[in-house]
Write a protein that binds this ligand. Structure first.
Ligand code: ADE
Length: 359
């Protein structure tokens, strides 16, 4: 289990020198600005470093400070976030930027406890900001760190269980040095990302094999213990793209569901995949449009995976004459190609528009 005091000192010294030699010079590691660190951490919860870096750069060019983000239109923020998924993260970020500007004069709280009270910041993000920006000695435990700790110390607690966070945090609090906790946290994350990787870590170059439980008992592939993911719910989406001349009918998704705040087409959800127009459910607008226009099925079936949902999505195209007057469902409007380009949309809408319309 936990090494003694001297071993811990040695561990910290070795970890730091490993980090200084091996770490990637990532952009957010070259700043102590809490806004930039916050942004990087939220993006990295969503994607990997390589995919996340362009988003980080784009955000900082568009919104260089928390004041700029707070003053932005939510729609533009979502548009910039497009492709990262999990759009509530972007909405929370925007909300919290406003809160910081309006309630805290644009200054981030400087302790992990206060940071964790902000909307969208969990214990991990709060600890990451508090240590990287304000040098608080609080451990930031992300998936990488869970892996490193469970292997090193032989912890078999399921990392998704309710008690895991406390157990790992209590242990990590005993390890984190008061001197330069920021580098310690970055180093643990980086060590998990580069050396103590999930599959087939190359232990022959690891500086900690002499004290590693998983190495000693050849349990690298058994640790960390992680519960099976929650069951995935299947959903079936039937989208109807109503085209009139150069314009398409879209609306903002307002319900508390996936993609809230993004724009999509007229949607009928069904309990199973529908491949035949005769099987489409009865629907006032659909009937109207079917009669007025031609209903054309986009042959391709799209599958879209979200964390807890698997969407099977079909698109149907309805072209109506430019002079037809159509009764659109409440909230829907026609948008030109240029306008659509600017709207925040689920990436799937973009894909189908590119494939079908060559937008
Ligand atoms: N993943 C989460 N936070 C990170 C960081 N600060 N650097 C690299 N990868 C990360």
């Amino acid at each position: 289990m936990l090494p003694d005091h001297l071993q811990l000192l040695e561990f910290n010294a070795k970890l730091k020198s490993w980090y200084l030699e091996n770490h990637r010079p990532l952009l957010w590691r070259q700043t102590t600005d809490p806004y930039k660190i916050w942004l990087s951490e939220i993006i990295l919860q969503q994607t990997r470093v390589t995919q996340g870096t362009p988003y980080y750069e784009k955000f900082l060019i568009t919104y260089p400070t928390v004041f700029d983000l707070a003053a932005a239109d939510e729609r533009d923020v979502l548009r910039l976030w497009q492709g990262l998924g999990y759009y509530s993260r972007a909405r929370n970020m925007h909300y919290t930027a406003r809160h910081i500007v309006e309630e805290c004069e644009g200054k981030f709280p400087e302790t992990s406890i206060k940071l964790a009270k902000l909307k969208g910041l969990g214990a991990y993000t709060a600890a990451a900001i508090a240590s990287f920006a304000f040098n608080e000695a609080v451990p930031a435990i992300d998936g990488n760190v869970y892996r490193v700790m469970s292997r090193l110390f032989g912890i078999f607690t399921d990392i998704l269980s309710s008690g895991a966070k406390n157990e790992f945090t209590n242990l990590a609090k005993q390890i984190i040095p008061q001197d330069d906790p920021a580098t310690y946290n970055q180093a643990m994350i980086e060590f998990g990302a580069l050396q103590c990787v999930p599959a087939s870590p190359n232990c022959s170059v690891c500086p900690f094999t002499y004290m590693c439980y998983a190495y000693e008992f050849n349990m690298q592939n058994k640790l960390p213990v992680k519960m099976k993911k929650n069951a995935v719910k299947n959903r079936y989406f039937n989208y109807f793209i109503l085209q009139k001349g150069e314009s398409l009918a879209m609306h903002e998704r307002l319900k508390k569901d996936i993609w809230k705040g993004l724009y999509d087409f007229y949607l009928i959800e069904s309990l199973a995949d529908i491949n035949n127009p005769d099987d489409l459910p009865e629907d006032k607008f659909l009937e109207d449009w079917k009669q007025k226009g031609q209903l054309r099925q986009v042959l391709k079936e799209y599958t879209h995976l979200l964390t807890h949902q698997r969407l099977t999505v079909r698109f149907w195209w309805i072209t109506i004459a430019e002079n037809e007057v159509v009764d659109l469902p409440l909230g829907m409007a026609f948008y030109s190609k240029n306008e659509i380009e600017e709207l925040p949309k689920p990436i799937l809408m973009d894909t189908v528009l590119k494939e079908e319309l060559f937008l």
